[in-house]
Design a protein around this ligand. Sequence first.
Ligand code: PMT
Length: 374
Amino acid sequence: MNERAHGSPSGTSDADKYFLSNPAPKSLESHKKLARSFVAEHVHSLRNVVLVTSGGTTVPLENQTVRFIDNFSAGTRGATSAEYFLEAGYAVIFLHRQFSLLPYSRHYSHSTNCFLDFMTEGSDGDVIVDPDYQGKMLEVLRKYNKAKRDNQLLLLPYTSITEYLWALKETATLFRPLGSRALFYLAAAVSDFFLPKDRLSEHKIQSSAPQKPNPEAYPMLSNGLSATGQSNRLLINLDPVPKFLKSLVDGWAPEGMIVSFKLETDESLLVSKAQQALTKYQHHLVIGNLLSSRKYEVVFVTPDGGTEWIHVPTHRRTLSVSTPGFLRKQFLEDEEVRAVNGEGRVEIESMIVPQVKAMHERFIRKSQETKEVD
Ligand code: PMT
């Protein structure tokens, strides 16, 4: 591993320190076993392999966790993209937040309908799919069965930031034999701040807190008196999570193509923040999106300074980067109403994934040419 020691004068990187002080979860070994055999199979098949990360990571406030801080993400981007990668011929490891959306089942879970609403009683008293949903369900079922038959999809769950980071590190390391055929598509919403293991309270934090800070009971907290003399406040001191994109590029996956997502709420920051990420981490593509319009438009930002907006077709006529704010807001509200009413729309991931695939194919060709010259 050629990981550079960044942010630490002692020679140990911040990422190394993180893993030393936040031990691996129990599930890691079994997940590694599954990932190892999945990768081994596809090293020999002709398929390219993508690690799709999806959903938010949590930051537990207690070791026996009752409360936690969460990051926004339903898992729609990841689960939908995974389906289009599968259709495009990729083998997919889907590293996802437990109970967030999954490829294929997403069409029927987490919806405003209960799953029983898709069923009806047949003439023989048996349970059948409601004729209104049969066509769509058959289409989804066929794709799902094909992915299973071809062993194209491996689902690995995580919940906390520590579980996510261990899984990312170990899976990336297992991807190495794939060389440039490995693609990392990082759609998960990853915590920037956390409570280190050695400062976690073992038991549930009590709301009837001590009247003054008690560092033994709550070593990472100060339930102190406020300036106004009010007690029972919970003040939390969070440490920064090291920037793992750096470790991924420098050490864990030196040969793979790495695509990260950038989420912002202020449009004026989006492109510049994406460009800064590319400069800082030296990876291959940042896909920028805004919280309010993430289902309808994204921007591809590349290391050569390129920026390309992609809008779903219904958008193109009415929405562009220069659309005034009030029209944009109205458009997004109309689209949400259409989605809730079950009116079909183009999924933007059906436009993102083919473009990423084409970039990955160019990346593979270029890396093969470089190897031949060497
Ligand atoms: O699931 P949906 O509801 O459809 O929402 C999808 C989405 C909006 C969550 C998704 O499209 C998205 O934008 N995901 C990235 C959100 C995010 O975490 O952005 P960020 O700016 O905090 O991080 C940017 C990149 O830095 C990420 O690739 C992340 O892996 C990386 N990072 C973040 C934190 C950290 N400690 N280390 C990192 O390397």
